[in-house]
Design a binder for this molecule. Structure first.
Ligand SMILES: [Zn+2]
Length: 464
């Protein structure tokens, strides 16, 4: 991949050298960030009059971080906690806060470093760039600041992209905790979740905050909403919901875009959808040994999700939730791994066979090199696998309400080499922006465990 990239780049550069004498590797650019000089470890490039700068060299000035998603073949650039770029080298299209955008010149990977077209990249962060000979200066654009400082002098000149968020209304509607956010302009909310403690964060770009700093709530979902003018350049209003625990939500923007509604299912003291272990379940699962295989582990992270999360962590978490359900239902459970270790596929399968386990369930999260892939897939190989896989798949589709990609036959090692009915679940795509958000919610992972448990019970109802 890198080798080919370098060749492509060398070819392109040499072609451009003939066509455009100014196109060359520029070694002596001096970069200034708010008047402070920045050292470039690797020289800047010029492609078709566009300056390409190694992103890593300006990250500390931007308070950003860079990570690489192996499965996406993409770089993830986070700037503070407001902006996220997903950039594929050599592709003009990229994701900016989950939305598709396009550069005129594609970012490139050169000498193992990601180069971005600096002007276009920084303009999204509201920086401006000026050039004098070999000196390039980056400064924060002060356009918005001027308006904030003098709101009364020429209010009619205030661009229409600026508006005021003036009201929050909390209510219980259709059995859901509902929050209505009202503004004088078109809202384009960006929603984030954060952990420890669990929070839901909504940023409204281009808006002036005229809200109370705190809205208290006695709801079972969150204790309060905190609001603030997060920044003036660019304008950002931030709402933070202090959640009691991670929760799912639905959102709705009114037709004129001025009202944004977010609602949460009301939770009860006990986890909402956990099936109770009934005497029926104990009857069905008594004397049964279930082998659970949390995919990947140790040096092998499995897929890397849209938000940089690791598949191996989610597969272990879901397996542990399922283990608890199965044990409470009276089954004996053997775990292929109980921590961040990595037994080989051979070890896992042999253990399942040697312990004469009755079923083997392998738990994975799907991924793809494009973010649009989504939905639920369940795999089987042997004839005896198919009945089990079908029961699990049906319950996952019912519970998760994601796209049904169907039951699939595949020669997977663990299905191929196990003696007992076995199935491998891939309940969602962690490379999809929405499904990555879901899988990061403990309540969603509990849903997966619940559905798989229910599928196992249904299997035994028919094949006890
Ligand atoms: Zn996997």
């Amino acid at each position: 991949m890198r080798f080919i990239l370098c060749i492509t780049l060398v070819l392109k550069l040499s072609v451009l050298l003939f066509a455009l004498p100014s196109t060359q590797t520029q070694k002596d650019i001096q970069l200034f960030f708010n008047k402070t000089p920045i050292e470039l470890d690797t020289p800047a490039l010029i492609r078709e009059d566009t300056y390409m700068i190694p992103i890593k060299d300006i990250l500390s000035s931007l308070k950003g971080s860079l990570s690489y998603s192996r499965r996406l073949n993409a770089y993830i650039v986070s700037i503070t906690d407001q902006y996220e770029f997903v950039i594929v080298p050599n592709a003009k299209d990229f994701l900016f806060n989950g939305q598709s955008r396009s550069f005129k010149n594609a970012p490139v990977e050169y000498q193992h470093t990601l180069y971005v077209p600096i002007k276009a990249f920084l303009s999204l962060l509201n920086y401006t760039l000026s050039q004098k000979g070999n000196e390039i200066s980056i400064v924060k654009s002060s356009h918005f600041k001027a308006h904030i400082r003098k709101p009364s002098s020429k209010p009619q000149n205030q661009p229409s992209t600026h508006f005021v968020i003036h009201d929050i209304h909390q209510s219980i509607k259709n059995g859901r905790q509902t929050v209505l956010i009202k503004s004088s302009g078109t809202l384009s909310p960006a929603i984030w979740s954060a952990q420890n403690p669990p929070r839901l964060i909504i940023d409204f770009k281009g808006s002036i905050c005229k809200l109370n700093p705190i809205y208290w709530s006695s709801s079972s979902v969150y204790g309060k909403i905190r609001t603030s003018q997060l920044s003036h350049t660019p304008l950002f209003t931030r709402l933070v919901f202090d959640l009691h625990e991670d929760t799912l939500f639905s959102k709705n923007l009114s037709q004129n875009g001025r009202e944004f509604e977010i609602s949460f299912p009301l939770t009860t003291a006990t986890p909402p959808a956990t099936p109770k272990s009934s005497s029926k379940a104990i009857h069905l699962l008594k004397g049964k040994t279930i082998y659970l295989d949390p995919g990947h582990g140790g040096y092998d992270p499995g897929a890397i999700g849209y938000r940089g999360e690791k598949e191996k962590e989610h597969t272990l978490d879901i397996s542990q939730r399922l283990e608890a359900l199965l044990k409470s239902g009276g089954a004996r459970v053997i775990m292929a791994r109980k921590n961040d270790s990595n037994p080989t596929l051979g070890t896992r399968t042999r253990e399942a066979n040697n312990t004469k386990s009755d079923l083997l369930i392998s738990i994975h999260i799907n991924s793809f090199n494009k973010t649009y892939a989504k939905g639920i897939e369940t795999y089987y190989y042997k004839k005896s696998d198919k009945i089990l896989a079908n029961h699990l798949h049906k319950e996952l589709v019912n519970a998760l309400k994601l796209r049904n990609n169907g039951l699939k036959k595949e020669t997977m090692y663990i299905l191929h080499h196990s003696n007992m009915p076995s199935a491998l679940i891939e309940p969602c795509f962690m490379t999809n922006p929405h499904e990555s958000w879901l899988i990061n919610q403990p309540s969603f992972r509990q849903k997966i465990a619940n559905a798989t448990y229910k599928g196992i019970l249904n299997y035994y109802k028919e094949n006890g």
